[in-house]
Design a protein around this ligand. Structure first.
Ligand code: LLP
Length: 408
């Protein structure tokens, strides 16, 4: 990865280990800023995709804004020195405390998802004697054609305010004393490989912008939510350049600043998960390679039936090839049949080999857990010839340090 050998990383940091390329992150970020250079725009990286402070600081130094969904994510972004004004606050369940904290930090915009949230923001802002910048997240009822768990723009989904109600809710917002309307927001889902659903959602939002202008409600920005999907194995996602080319003709007529909240496309293919083959278990029906990463480290295959590529990265027994090429299920050591990382992969494996699961930079480490009392993996960043540990491997003791014995 970059100028660093995976073998040396494996030796120094052990496995399982997430590794991210700094240059790859910056390249994807710059594809967005270059593609939208003709417009006043702000790329707000979706922190949920990978919230390691090193990743955030690399993007902050490049000028990114941030999209957050919790007080925790906001604190991470502030911890790397980002001003609250460069942050948009998304999410369907903001609490009094979240709103209070965000307002005191000068948040750039709340993406509001319900009438009750709007009322709560107004109440908190009044108490703090502040004006809260808001946009409404509208749900355009457009099919994103992605996995149902990560599709968010359909009327059956919990997200946003329906297209039909949006103008009336904006009018309510305009009447509130401590609310300042600054934008409109929409996010229809993640891992979208086609551009058509983005265009359809934009058209629906533009209808609303015109309707709002007719009512005398002026906006400063339009936020089109997450970015494009990525290639994990054989997907052919729309490129960032084509995505921009499809949206620019409409966007450039609006006279508004354009926000995007890409997460996956910036970090997914900048990251790999390194794991070692601990046990080979060929059987009459199936061949299992039991590795030292598991569903607690990378839950995407178990949760979304996601298929991610597996590449042998270091072959300590290269040339011996005791097992030949077989179809292997790459599984973890957790006591669940759902604990798999990949199925039926043609590989020539030996015990002790290191495998790299690619596309693991997004929604990988952030979704990891301690299930089966497994410490979470370490994280490393590489840049050119250098590499740094950016999160220590957890110790087993730390897993129960907050627990207290029952006292009789
Ligand atoms: N903005 C909002 C309001 C979102 O809900 C999301 C993702 C994004 C932006 C970023 O979207 P992206 O550019 O990453 O597509 N854990 C799932 C993905 C969940 C996405 C949730 N929302 C996975 O591993 O596939």
């Amino acid at each position: 990865m970059e100028q660093v050998s995976i073998e040396s990383l494996t030796k120094q940091y052990g496995t399982p280990c997430y590794v991210y390329s700094k240059q790859a992150i910056l390249e994807e970020y710059r594809s967005y800023t270059d593609s939208f250079a003709s417009l006043d725009h702000q790329i707000c990286y979706a922190v949920k995709a990978n919230s390691n402070l090193a990743v955030l600081s690399v993007l902050a130094q490049a000028g990114a804004g941030f999209d957050i969904v919790s007080r925790g994510e906001l604190m991470r972004v502030l911890a790397v020195g980002v001003e609250g004004s460069r942050v948009v606050f998304s999410g369907v369940g903001k609490t009094y405390r979240d709103i209070e904290y965000a307002l005191t930090q000068g948040i750039g915009c709340f993406n509001v998802e319900s009438i009750s949230e709007l009322a709560l923001i107004n109440e908190v802002a009044k108490t703090l004697d502040k004006s809260a910048p808001i946009s409404l997240r509208v749900n355009p009822n457009v099919d994103a054609k992605t996995h149902p768990y990560i599709s968010t723009g359909l009327k059956d989904n919990k997200f946003g305010i329906t297209h039909e109600e949006a103008i009336a809710v904006y009018e309510q917002a305009a009447a509130l004393s401590h609310i300042e309307i600054v934008g409109i927001d929409c996010h229809i889902g993640s891992q979208l490989t086609e551009v058509a659903p983005f265009v359809a959602a934009l058209d629906k939002v533009v209808e609303l912008i015109q309707g709002l202008r007719d009512k005398g409600i002026q906006l400063r920005h339009i936020d089109l939510g997450g970015g494009v999907g990525v290639r994990y194995i054989d997907e052919t996602p729309v490129s960032i350049e084509t995505f921009a080319a499809a949206l620019l003709p409409t966007l450039s007529k609006l006279g508004l600043t354009v926000f995007f909240e890409p997460g996956r496309s910036i970090v997914a293919n900048a990251g790999i998960l390194l794991t070692q083959v601990d046990v080979l278990k060929p059987t009459a029906h199936k061949n299992f390679a039991i590795v030292d990463a598991a569903m607690n480290d990378l839950i995407r295959p178990a949760l979304y039936q996601a298929e991610m590529a597996v590449i042998p990265s270091v072959l300590p027994n290269a040339g011996i090839d005791t097992d030949g090429t077989k179809a292997w299920d790459i599984v973890g050591a957790i006591c669940e049949t759902g604990d798999f990382l990949a199925k039926d992969r043609l590989l020539s494996l030996n015990q002790g080999d290191t495998l790299a699961i690619t596309g693991a930079g997004a929604y990988g480490f952030v979704m990891s857990s301690n299930y089966n009392s497994r410490p979470r993996a370490c994280e490393v960043m590489v840049s050119d010839e250098s590499h740094q540990l950016i999160r220590k491997r957890e110790t087993i003791e730390s897993l129960y340090e907050n627990e207290v014995l029952w006292q009789d």
